[in-house]
Design a protein around this ligand. Structure first.
Ligand code: FO1
Length: 352
């Protein structure tokens, strides 16, 4: 069983812990692992070059989360982190001071930057870093070429616009400055990383997890060849909504959706990805409905009302709990995604 997941940062990584747990139960290998293989296509649009270091936030979030090194309370960055290097850089007045560079995290960037400078492609670097962390998935950068997501905001004088790096918008400005759009700088000269197109095309199931559909999954799909690979995938493509009710499960997907003129809803994201039968990407889609225990809470968000309209639009939709509150919740989400995929898989050929 080969599963390929196009993942961004924290939301995607959280989902992947549930997928890994589900596969250990559903496809056990007899010694606590799974016979199923997961390939993660990681977003590199968040990457930023700082103090001479190449930082890959979404790749590191997946690697640390699945490798057991993620900071549980902060949801990002390393466990037991300290910030002595950050403080010393600030003492020198080294810009930027708004980026939270951790000491343990810096070792990752030093090894990565050293290998890149020696001529290794990002895919080889990521494989080397994962040799230590053993995430239990194959983590492939979406491209080995340098790309960066920049955000279009109002310029310094009326009527003008300018671009700032996504990390500056996200961290320094908490995405509070209205964005007019996002550009993946370098995408025109980029090509899909080694193994990326094949991992998507040949997968038994392709999953779009509850990552940011604009700056995470959206940027992976912007890499030449990736969108076509998803459309040509031999297995079903199933997505999970990152929006519950009218708000993102976490992060700031709402600011990103608004920036590109989309309504902040589970239906708007599904339509944005589109039905594969109508030229889009999705065969199946999961929207949120409260778990039985919460169903009686009047305030509980419930998106089950989208099921009929999206199914009619060619995206087979089901409503399941999508709040990633704990491992049991994300494991159930992964099971629901694969169950839905099983109903979408082309009728199995006899003995096929
Ligand atoms: N996110 C923050 O909100 N504040 C930070 O200071 C911060 C530092 C940081 C350092 C390394 C790294 O890999 C990620 C970091 N992040 C930080 C998260 C980063 O902004 C991610 O790109 C977002 O979480 C979106 O995926």
């Amino acid at each position: 069983m080969q599963i390929t997941v196009l993942a961004g940062g924290i939301g995607g990584a959280r989902f992947l812990t549930g997928l890994r747990q589900h596969l250990r139960a559903a496809y056990p290998d007899g010694n606590g692992g799974s016979t199923a293989e997961v390939t993660v296509i990681g977003n590199t649009g968040d990457d930023i070059r700082l103090y001479g270091l190449q930082v890959c936030p979404d790749l590191d979030t997946v690697m640390y989360t699945l490798g057991g090194g993620i900071s549980a309370e902060r949801g990002g960055g390393r466990e037991d982190e300290t910030f002595a290097v950050k403080q010393e850089l600030a003492a020198y007045g080294a810009e930027p001071t708004w980026f939270g560079l951790g000491d343990r995290d810096t070792a990752t960037h030093l090894v990565r930057s050293q290998m890149l400078a020696a001529g290794y492609p990002l895919s080889a670097v990521t494989e080397a870093l994962c040799a230590r962390w053993q995430p239990g998935v194959r983590l492939l950068p979406m491209t080995d070429d340098r790309v960066e997501t920049h955000v279009i905001i109002d310029g310094d004088s009326p009527g003008t616009r300018k671009a700032i790096h996504f990390q500056e918008w996200w961290i320094r400005h908490r995405a509070a400055i209205p964005a007019h759009g996002f550009v993946l700088v370098g995408v025109d000269d980029a090509k899909a990383g080694p193994g990326v197109a094949e991992a998507i095309r040949d997968a038994d199931v392709v999953i779009l997890p509850p990552s940011n559909p604009v700056v995470s999954v959206g940027m992976i799909l912007a890499v030449p060849g990736v969108r076509d690979a998803v459309r040509e995938a031999r297995g079903p493509v199933v997505g999970l909504s990152p929006i519950v009710g009218g708000a993102p499960v976490r992060g700031m997907a709402d600011a990103c959706l608004t920036a590109i003129g989309l309504e902040v809803s589970a239906a708007a994201v599904a339509r944005h990805y589109g039905a594969r039968s109508a030229g889009g990407l999705l065969d199946g889609w999961l929207v949120h409905t409260p778990a039985a225990a919460e169903a009686n809470e009047s305030a509980a968000a419930d998106d089950a009302h989208y099921v009929a309209e999206l199914t009619a639009a060619g995206i087979r939709t089901r409503a399941v709990p999508l709040l990633m509150t704990d491992l049991a919740a994300t494991t159930a989400m992964a099971a629901a995604a694969l169950d839905l995929a099983a109903t979408l898989r082309p009728a199995a050929t006899p003995g096929g």
